[in-house]
Design a protein around this ligand. Sequence first.
Ligand code: GTP
Ligand code: SPV
Ligand code: MN
Length: 607
Amino acid sequence: MTILSVQQWVAETAKLTQPSEIIWCDGSAAEWQQLTDLLVSSGTLIRLNPELRPNSFLARTDPADVARVEDRTFICSAHEEDAGPTNNWRDPQWMKNLLRSRFKGSMRGRTMYVVPFSMGPISSPQARFGIEITDSPYVVLNMHIMTRVSIEVFDRISAGAEWVPALHSVGAPLFDENGIASPDTTWPCNVEKYIAHFPETSEIWSYGSGYGGNALLGKKCMSLRIGSALGRKQGWLAEHMLLVKVTSPAGKAFNIAAAFPSACGKTNLAMLRPTLPGWQVSTIGDDIAWIAPDSDGRLRAINPEAGFFGVAPGTGIKTNPVAVETMKANTLFTNVALTEDGDVWWEGLTDEAPANLVDWTGNAWNPESGKPAAHPNSRFTVSLSQCPTIDPAWDSPEGVPLDAILFGGRRATNVPLVVESRDWEHGVFMGATISSEQTAAAEGIVGALRRDPFAMLPFCGYNMGDYWQHWLNVGLGLKQENRPRIFQVNWFRKDANGKFLWPGFGENARVIEWIARRLNDEVLAGASAIGNLPILGDLNVDGLAISPEQLSEIFKIDTAAWSQEADLTEAYFAKFGDRLPAAMSRQLELLRGNLVGTGGSEIQVAS
Ligand code: GTP
Ligand code: SPV
Ligand code: MN
């Protein structure tokens, strides 16, 4: 497409949506200033106390617009099988017709912003460009932080670069077709929501929500759903993964990517402050990695984003001091509580709650109120560049070579603290079979166990069976000695009383240390039915208040429970029909054989 087609698209969209004004954005500081002033005066943003939290703001959403809406998220491919059994499918023409009727006049009385953005450093061969049209200035401000908003994108497009048209409206016009006015609100949105993706033509149409992944279209919509479909066509991987560099006390560095479902610890691991002396972790990304094979038969990864859109609750001075430091200024907060002195608070920021707050709904709150002051999916938006542990590679066009890939989830039972795959194919099986307890990051039943393969269940833009095959193919294309090793981790196993068995957070460095020692061939591992486990004594638990019984519980592999998991996996795999790679059935049979053959668990970290 050419620059002309951008103009054409903007003109056609304006004709359809009928805004009162069009503003072409440039991502500048002046634009930030104008839009924050505008939103403070309209009441959408509250300016926080500049002495405590300079250039920072609080937004409170409509209570019905607080998280991603997975049941309103659609993959519109010509054939239903190409969206697959894990996605909501609609026919592309049907969806576009319907959306045209919703977008018709949807921006009446509002300003339409045209936001050119790059996912990835703009000069990176792995970067991809997009243009978001939105009628939400709050979205524009978030895009400033989360992506690289720049008019340079137009130059790249003029020079022939591909781009993704990403159309967004909150669906709350200020006038109807007869000119009758409806009053504005501080968080306009529509009860009817559509987050629609057209992977075959790389287009996004999002209607009705102003929140997070529903509306910041560079994030899940482009970088994961459209990105995964592009990656399949072009031979790369778009993943829901954090990215870190780990350096050992001896100075050896490793790059690790880790896929955990939403609100399952990516930001925390990305900002890990190791409790083990001499170890260092530096941050490259906390949510999305774009990974491509290079000419050495190795995988290289970039973080396509430029900011964190992090879960606030549970982010505390003790659990994640790096995040707390990162957001001390220039931060947008959404749905957290407001303190009496004009600062922010949420559950877990400090051990004790302040006596008087205004909660996320705008009502007075005190510790006896009996409900959370911040919404469980409240978030902070802040630039990566402010992170004290940021790695210089976060902004490097060539990205970093990957040494290990971790898969994880929130599992109270069954899944051990860490287990290593036997090989790439087994690693893909581990990723494909991840299940996790649902969190508040999406509308749904918090705590319900669900399959979340590769932490991509809500984010894969095509048939998940084809996605597994793509992973197998990418692995085959790598030099064997350069393939990242694959591990599964679980920080969330609980004891019989429902208490976490593992301290987590900074102590996760102990697991990272074991993984690094495996990569370095410094330690052996013990074979079990589900993969290779640490041998007794190799996982450093010095100084941890953890009993031998608890440790053995964290690594326990219950054969009966795993046989049940295998049955559930078989039923799950059946949904994919002939799109299920033969390698996945083979791995399931191997697991079954191992469970019968070994009793599952003769390698135990025991007293
Ligand atoms: P998304 O941004 O939704 O993709 O989430 P995320 O994967 O980045 O999750 P994040 O790191 O923000 O963590 C979500 C919640 O899990 C927070 O409340 C954390 O406090 C909690 N958490 C993170 N790591 C650990 C851990 O090691 N142990 C325990 N028990 N909780 C953790
Ligand atoms: C997630 O839910 O995985 C997030 C938050 O990272 S959102 O951007 O809303 O998707
Ligand atoms: Mn995420």
